[in-house]
Design a protein around this ligand. Structure first.
Ligand code: ZN
Length: 212
């Protein structure tokens, strides 16, 4: 059957096609290059003292949001947990929705799942703890308190994705004195404007436009 209207030639066949390998120079001369980003390999650097580091497979991939693709209104992690780990102990909330995904990582079958993870939604009297024993996704609406998140039993590897609909990862924490504190974290990356400096999550690069 004849297709209407679409150019079905492959990139090789099409003449004059602009094809890019993602170097920094190619990104500069391309129109859409800033929308295409190769994941850097990351290694978890934040582990509480005394905790083992080998609970998660190295390296991990993280999409750090607008600092990596300008204009992005979300950030996301891709981690494979192989040992029990108390990931997030401190209750907090966010200005936008967050989604947590738990899938089996004995690929290719994501339903091959054998783990027990506990996650709390809500605060104080309304707090509810959910025990995750099957592939699950959880929506945390903006402003809703959540955590702790505890990977209690890992009998088979678990793929964990945390997606937060803000340009940079962070959270809002209640302090004992009744004040609140906003904390941001952009990973162990270097500053976009100063190669000597580690990113301190100042947020300057979040203002960039992908078209400039
Ligand atoms: Zn959260």
């Amino acid at each position: 059957m004849a297709e209407k209207g679409f150019d079905l030639r492959t990139a090789q066949e099409a003449e004059g096609e602009k094809k890019y390998i993602l170097t920094e120079d190619a990104k500069k001369e391309s129109k859409f290059g800033k929308l295409v980003f190769e994941f850097p390999q990351e290694r978890n650097e934040v582990v509480a003292e005394g905790d083992p580091e080998d609970f998660v497979v190295k390296p991990q991939a993280y999409f750090r949001g607008a600092s990596q693709i300008p204009g992005s209104e979300f950030n996301q992690s891709y981690q494979i947990f192989v040992k029990p780990f108390f990931l997030d102990r401190i209750q907090h909330r966010h200005a936008k929705d967050e989604f947590l995904v738990f899938l089996g990582a004995s690929f290719p079958n994501v339903f091959d799942f054998d783990a027990r993870i506990e996650f709390t939604l809500g605060k104080g009297e309304e707090a509810e703890t959910y025990v995750i024993t099957k592939p699950t996704i959880i929506r945390i609406p903006a402003g809703v308190y959540h955590c702790p998140l505890n990977f209690k039993e890992i009998n088979k590897p678990v793929l964990f994705l945390a997606t937060l609909f803000t340009p940079m990862f962070g959270g809002i924490y209640d302090l004992p004195d009744g004040k609140t504190m906003e904390m941001y974290y952009n990973g162990p990356v270097q500053c976009k404007y100063n190669a000597q400096k580690k990113c301190d999550s100042c947020g300057k690069c979040l203002q960039e436009d992908w078209q400039n």
